[in-house]
Design a protein around this ligand. Structure first.
Ligand code: NI
Length: 201
């Protein structure tokens, strides 16, 4: 082959690899972002029996009949969860009267540490409009799985552990249908706009 041809072949390979990487990143990022899979959609509304942050029983009935924002995380989260709860409180504040029917839930994926007491002091530090949900570890895992939420315990070097988890907020219509998600880091305006759409549905 001539040098020019070899160069062309090499560049084609580079371009091909780049497209592959971008595609792979897109797919992984999409998955990591918790965009709901077909499986999650089919199982939305999966029954559960857990506790709210006051220690009262809570079931799937809580997600029915009202527009709902649903977020999974854990109170020891260094960044994503406190940021998201802070932002959620801001969105609700911005909606004001318009958002009075919106329900908002923060489900822990770390029930081992997040007792109702821990959830209460954590969630109420942001707003009185978000209800914390915790309870039996198996029930929590089943609920998270039913929503297609990735959650994994990751040991830390000091013997402690952290949790990897999906960072999207799920927007659920009053009839239990998933309307969409708010991704971590999405702009305040977009998030509020999506919530307005949810409230109008
Ligand atoms: Ni988190």
């Amino acid at each position: 082959m001539k040098l020019g041809t070899i160069r062309l072949v090499l560049w084609s390979l580079v371009a091909f690899a780049a497209v592959g990487l971008v595609t792979a990143y897109g797919v992984l990022h999409w998955t990591d972002d918790g965009a709901p899979s077909g499986k999650a959609q089919a199982e939305l509304g999966a029954p559960f029996s857990l506790l709210d942050h006051t220690g009262e029983p809570i079931t799937e009935a809580a997600f029915a009949g009202r527009p709902t924002a649903l977020f999974f995380g854990f109170t020891h989260c260094p960044e994503v969860c406190p940021t998201t709860l802070y932002e959620m409180a801001g969105w609700i504040g911005e909606l004001g009267e318009e958002g009075k029917d919106l329900m908002a839930y923060f489900v822990t994926v770390d029930p081992e540490r997040d007792t109702p007491e821990v959830m209460q002091s954590y969630v109420t530090a942001f707003t009185d409009r978000i209800t914390g949900i915790t309870g039996d570890e198996g029930e929590i895992a089943r609920l998270a799985d039913a929503w297609g939420v990735y959650h994994k315990k990751v040991p830390l070097e000091d013997g402690d552990y952290t949790m990897d988890h999906t960072a999207s907020v799920f927007l659920v219509q009053p009839d239990g249908q998933l309307q969409g998600t708010i991704a971590y880091g999405e702009s305040n305006d977009t998030a509020v706009q999506k919530l307005r759409m949810l409230l109008g549905s």
